[in-house]
Design a protein around this ligand. Structure first.
Ligand SMILES: NC(=O)c1ccc[n+]([C@@H]2O[C@H](COP(=O)([O-])OP(=O)(O)OC[C@H]3O[C@@H](n4cnc5c(N)ncnc54)[C@H](OP(=O)(O)O)[C@@H]3O)[C@@H](O)[C@H]2O)c1
Length: 268
């Protein structure tokens, strides 16, 4: 772990998936508000460049913590690193994620495990490891990045919808428990957002054909999420279009939801 020195006077924020997209946008937003940062992702060079930039621009302390969150020991290692550095995590942004490029049976089982580890087990364990301290101190903010997909019908063979539904439900359960202690938990459920997500998934060409009004930029999404957790909204669907889609799909009867799923694009 390397650090960019600074004298930030805000809270300490741990952000997963900070090397790109929404995580990077969260880092920029929180640093601009004077919060110290612990940046987590696999690509250390990107984290270091971002840390240097934000420390210089905002005078905050930024720790660079390269980690592969698909490894089960990562959450414990991050907690140990924070303790060793005297870094108090009062804000946790569980953002790292990916969607599988192929459907279930064609996705190697090791990759299925890794996906669940990053977005389910790892996210849950980090919430557990840092949420308790926040509650004991009487203040904390946790954003778990879910997706508009959490409200949508399933697509054939894709685990992503089920995983993001878990994130949505788990976040609400945690908020119900922790809010009386001063800890707000928000499930942030973005729709299509301009990041590297569709490049990683291999769906960029398909995504680029979607109409522009469906898309948001990462800065807009993270500002909506941060505002929501600040005021204590347990769920944040950013943008008018996404809100309309969510309120339509979440009220679909179960049978109709399944039938809609049958019409969805099959990814091989
Ligand atoms: N973009 C969208 O349209 C959209 C819509 C709804 C929800 N989301 C959700 O938003 C979150 C952020 O995605 P994004 O759009 O910002 O995508 P992105 O630009 O591809 O960024 C994904 C981030 O996750 C990190 N990551 C992936 N696997 C990791 C691992 N094993 N260990 C550590 N870090 C890992 C990546 O870092 P490294 O590769 O450096 O490790 C990267 O920083 C995800 O949870 C995604 O499901 C995105």
């Amino acid at each position: 772990m390397t650090a960019s020195d600074g004298t930030g006077t805000g809270k300490g924020a741990l952000i997963t998936g900070a090397s790109a997209g929404l995580g990077e946008a969260f880092a920029r937003l929180l640093a601009s508000e004077g919060h110290d940062l612990m940046l987590v992702a696999r690509r250390a060079d990107r984290l270091q460049a971002l840390a240097d930039e934000l420390a210089a621009a905002h005078g905050v302390r930024v720790l660079v913590c390269p980690a592969d969150l698909s490894r089960p020991e990562s959450a414990a290692a991050l907690e140990a690193q924070a303790a060793a550095e005297g870094f108090q995590v009062d804000i946790l942004i569980n953002n790292a994620g990916l969607a599988e490029p192929v459907s279930f049976l064609n996705f190697p089982v090791a990759d299925v495990r890794a996906m669940i580890e990053v977005m389910v087990t790892g996210l849950t364990e980090l919430s557990h490891r840092f949420g308790g301290g926040m509650a004991a101190r009487g203040w904390g903010r946790i954003i778990n990045v879910s997706s508009l997909a959490a409200f949508a019908p399933n697509s054939p063979g894709m685990l992503y919808t089920g995983i993001k539904s878990y994130v949505l439900n788990m976040s609400q359960a945690l908020d119900l428990q922790l809010k009386p202690s001063g800890v707000h938990v928000t499930a942030l459920c973005p729709g299509f957002t301009w990041t590297e997500f569709h490049d990683t998934q291999g769906t960029r060409e398909w995504a680029n054909r979607l109409p522009g009004f469906l898309w948001q930029d990462a800065g807009t999404v993270v500002r909506a999420g941060w505002e929501a957790v600040s005021v204590g909204h347990p769920v944040c669907v950013p943008g008018v279009v996404n809100k309309a889609v969510a309120s339509f799909t979440k009220h679909l009867p179960e049978r109709l939801r399944y039938l809609f799923g049958r019409q969805a694009r099959m990814v091989h």
